[in-house]
Design a protein. Sequence first.
Length: 60
Amino acid sequence: MATPVDKLAAELLSMGVYVFSGPSWFIIAPPPLVITREQIDEGIDKIDQVVKKLDEQYQG
């Protein structure tokens, strides 16, 4: 059974944001060796979108 973190990681991967999810409560988005401010902002925006989407699902 997929946990909320599993769903979050899968959704982010589909959006091009690569994350590592270990235990069901832990997620890491390791930055590449070279990253721009815009890429950081884009990654954070996508994480925010997915968290809001999952939050809506669990709140009904």
